[in-house]
Design a protein around this ligand. Structure first.
Ligand SMILES: [Zn+2]
Length: 283
């Protein structure tokens, strides 16, 4: 069974000049359309959904356009865009799909910038966290974006229903994730370390997790660890296929939420490979 892609064209309507711009998702969408994926249109996450993860004060500021930092502009209606992206993650969780939406979320902590980091790294609402809290299930959150998900770690640190596992380039933005802490298992990797090293770390990480505890696997998927992208760890399309196989072998209901990845058509190819590897082993 082919994984369904959650997508709304509305997520292309802002931020044309920024590296986290519409092209990265638009080109991936076009590629996946050619590959005959089925698409589902999300509805926005409710304010209640968002407030399970973020402080009321931060949400109020987002609505008013009052939170801006050098990475993360206060676009017009950004709260509405962020709610739709979070809604995409919730729908993906319900149908075990892949949310191909923006803005991304994993650097957004409870009240904005997380764990003392100066910026929110293109993120407004933590989509994967909103989805995990909305379904209320015990979750393994696997973050394969090239950057550490400091927001996700901040939100879930000490949460008995969740384990957060992240593989990321280090030292690098956001500067967190250099060591593991409680239920947050971090695997810092050197720049362009290559597929073999990456997959060894992933196997080690997954080997440390007691899968019997979890009802669902939530994958924060960034493709900026692809060779040449923003947080390159030297991965190729084949690397994403191998990652997908390992996720499939966990044999749990699984959903995927887009984080980074800034080479538009390449994102589409990587998604296709990740999902084909996943589907090969998931049945
Ligand atoms: Zn990233």
């Amino acid at each position: 069974m082919k994984t369904k892609i959650v997508f709304s064209e509305k997520c292309l309507n802002y931020g044309g000049w920024h590296i986290e711009g519409p092209q990265r998702v638009k080109m991936a969408h076009e590629f996946l359309k050619e590959k005959k994926y089925e698409f589902l249109e999300p509805t926005s996450a409710s304010e209640e959904d968002v407030l399970r993860v973020h402080d009321a004060d931060y949400v109020w500021k987002l609505k008013k356009g009052l939170v801006e930092d050098p990475d993360t502009p206060a676009y017009e209606n950004i709260y509405e865009h962020a709610r739709l992206s979070a809604g995409g993650a919730i729908l993906a969780a319900k149908v075990n799909g892949f949310s191909l939406m923006r803005p991304p979320g994993h650097h957004a902590g409870r009240s904005g910038a997380a764990l003392g980091v100066y910026t929110r790294g293109f993120c407004y609402v933590n989509n994967v966290a909103v989805a995990v809290k909305a379904i209320g299930k015990a979750a393994l959150i696997l973050d394969i974006d090239g950057h550490h998900g400091n927001g996700t770690q901040e939100i879930f640190l000490g949460d008995e229903k969740a384990v957060y596992v992240s593989l990321h380039r280090y030292p690098y933005y956001p500067g967190t994730g250099g060591f593991s802490e409680g239920n947050c298992l971090n695997f810092p990797l050197p720049a362009d370390c290559g597929e073999q090293r990456y997959l060894e770390a992933l196997d080690e990480a997954l080997g440390m997790v007691d899968m019997g505890r979890f009802e669902v696997v939530a994958v924060s998927v960034g493709f900026d660890a692809h060779a040449g992208d923003l947080a390159s760890l030297g991965l190729t399309e084949n690397g994403y296929k191998e990652i997908g196989k390992r996720i499939g072998l966990l044999k749990k209901p699984t959903f995927f939420v887009l984080e980074g990845g800034y080479m538009g058509e390449q994102n589409g190819r990587d998604i296709d490979q990740l999902l084909s590897g996943y589907e090969e082993k998931a049945v």
